[in-house]
Design a protein around this ligand. Structure first.
Ligand code: NAD
Length: 250
């Protein structure tokens, strides 16, 4: 893909699943990758594999985010590409959830995206170049049972993506999102841990709602993310690309 070679890329949640697949794909395309995660052992593994650098950071903590972006800039160079991928869900039907769970899910999935974008955007605007891809979810467009707060956070990410696209456009910064459907990663596979049999059924229903009738692989999302980061997507901004086997088509 054009325009990735030599770029400095930050991937949050890079230690596992979609983030790790994105780090691998970016490295294959010649980017220098900062693997950012709360799971330092996982980040070290992926960094070792990809020739990147691991950074321990909780995206819900603004001070840690600022310090991490500062360290990346000193060690790898100015950030050209940002993938806001770190995310979590504490599956539960709304009536069974507690306010602390809402705060955690919103802090990581929505506030974390805002914090990381805020930390890199001024520099991108100054340098007149930047590409941001936010990992939202089809849950943010069609809503997902057992994930109401997560769905709200992901809908927020989609709105935020459009606003940043408008603000960044005059400075050469694009901002897009991907909306994955059910992807085989530890995040989705934890649903039965939280909800037992109902969690297993939820996954079955999601997979059954895809036109392709199968679960997706992290690499299939990584390909779409790296495309949106590349020069092949230079005229695309503010979009949310479904990577969901047709689950969200209208
Ligand atoms: P995953 O659990 O494999 O990876 C998530 C990574 O994020 C982990 O390495 C985890 O340690 C990290 N992380 C969690 N909280 C963090 C924090 N506070 N700070 C920094 N890192 C943190 O899950 P995944 O499925 O690869 O998820 C990646 C993204 O894809 C998430 O935003 C998720 O919401 C989104 N998504 C996943 C699916 C799916 O079906 N798997 C569907 C739609 C969207």
């Amino acid at each position: 893909m054009r325009g990735i070679e030599g770029r400095v890329a930050v991937v949050t949640g890079g230690a596992s699943g979609i983030g790790a697949a994105t780090c691998r794909r970016l490295a294959e395309e010649g980017a220098r990758v900062a693997v950012v995660d709360i799971d330092m052992a996982g980040a070290e593994r992926v960094a070792h594999e990809t020739g990147g650098r691991p950074y321990r950071c909780d995206v819900a903590d603004v001070d840690q985010v600022r310090a991490t972006v500062g360290a990346v800039e000193r060690e790898l160079g100015a950030v050209d590409l940002l993938v806001n991928n770190a995310g979590t869900d504490e599956f539960g039907f709304l009536v069974e959830t507690r306010p602390e769970q809402w705060d955690r899910v919103l802090a990581i999935n929505l506030r974390g995206v805002i914090a990381c974008t805020h930390a890199v955007l001024a520099g991108m605007q100054e340098r007149r170049f930047g590409r941001i891809v936010n990992v939202a979810s089809e849950a943010g467009r069609v809503g997902s049972r057992g994930s109401s707060v997560y769905s709200a956070a992901k809908a927020g990410v989609i709105g935020f993506t459009k606003a940043v696209a408008r603000e960044g456009a005059r400075y050469g910064v694009t901002c897009n999102a991907v909306a994955p459907g059910p992807i085989e990663t530890p995040l989705l596979m934890a649903a039965p841990e939280h909800l037992g049999e109902r969690g297993r059924k939820l996954i079955e229903t999601m997979v059954g709602s895809t036109a392709l009738r199968r679960i997706g692989r992290p690499e299939e999302v990584a390909g779409a993310i790296v495309f949106l980061l590349s020069d092949d997507a230079s005229y695309i901004t503010g979009e949310t690309l479904g990577v969901s086997g047709g689950l969200g088509m209208v």
